[in-house]
Design a protein around this ligand. Structure first.
Ligand code: SF4
Ligand code: SF4
Length: 261
């Protein structure tokens, strides 16, 4: 026992001090993608043609739909081969979650003051009910489980989601909302609807990952519905990525609860 206590004492506090300070992210971390305005060669379509999910549109101006993006960097590699300089790149910005689906469609920044849209806090009434204690039921609706793994990481000692009053629960009847991962396969549609109906009002829905937002890499498969919204659920928070980094998920949850702005 004494050895156990000594080892805990030596290890010290293992929970990261986020959001007070940001954890250091590896150099290869892929955050918010960014176009450099006006730098594309004429008639170049290299990035859009390389994208497996149709996330990039070039008309009337270049846009990248984060809700479809797999963060695979195929577009960046194609762009590097077609245009001089870094026209398209991934930044280290982990803050990607938004409240409205259309806010995930990004164009080139219009000047230094052009800030990317970030998730706003819940309305006053929902904040009164859920702001200090939020219980969430995770539904794995047919993806590859990558998103579920990064959601689960938030329960580990390094992230300690419980210190923010957020917990994952086993029963939808004990939950205030759903975290949905996966594109919602036809086989999961009824189970998801029943789980949603079992959550007492008022309730929220959080779509985690490209699959839950719009089908992800399964976008063109007939066996899936194309995400939580397409399955008929009102989504309150969209967290893009494939899978989103735990820091991106936590950032979205804390913004939803007004704990960071
Ligand atoms: S990183 Fe996103 S936008 Fe680029 S090719 Fe992959 S899915 Fe398409
Ligand atoms: S978004 Fe990507 S990581 Fe998440 S379930 Fe779908 S395929 Fe897997």
């Amino acid at each position: 026992m004494i050895h156990l206590l000594l080892s805990r004492w030596r290890q010290g506090r293992r929970t990261m001090p986020y959001p007070k300070t940001l954890p250091s992210l590896p150099e290869r971390f892929r955050g918010r993608p960014q176009f450099s305005p006006g730098a594309c060669p004429e008639n170049c379509r290299a990035c859009a043609d390389a994208c497996p999910t149709g996330a990039i549109q070039l008309e009337p101006g270049p846009t990248l739909d984060l809700g479809r993006c797999l963060f695979c960097t195929e577009c960046v590699d194609a762009c590097a081969g077609a245009a001089p300089g870094e026209v398209l790149r991934f930044t280290g910005d982990h803050r990607l979650a938004v409240r409205n689906r259309e806010d995930l469609v990004l164009g080139p920044p219009q000047g230094a003051e052009d800030r990317p849209p970030l998730a706003e806090a819940l309305g006053k009434e929902l904040m009164r009910v859920l702001g200090r204690s939020l219980k969430l039921r995770v539904v794995s609706a047919g993806g590859c489980n990558g998103c579920e793994v990064d959601v689960n990481v938030l329960g580990t000692v390094a992230w300690d989601l419980g210190r923010f009053g957020i917990q994952f629960v086993a029963s939808p009847r004990h939950a205030d909302g759903l975290v949905i991962c996966g594109p919602v396969t036809a086989n999961m549609a009824l189970a998801l609807r029943k789980t949603y109906d079992a959550v007492p009002d008022p309730k929220i829905v959080i779509a985690v990952g490209a699959c839950a937002i719009q089908g992800g890499p399964y976008l063109h498969q007939a066996e899936q519905l194309g995400g939580a919204a397409a399955a008929g659920l009102p989504v309150d928070l969209f967290i893009p990525g494939c899978p989103p980094h735990p820091l991106t998920i936590l950032d979205g949850l804390l913004r939803l609860l007004g704990k960071i702005r």
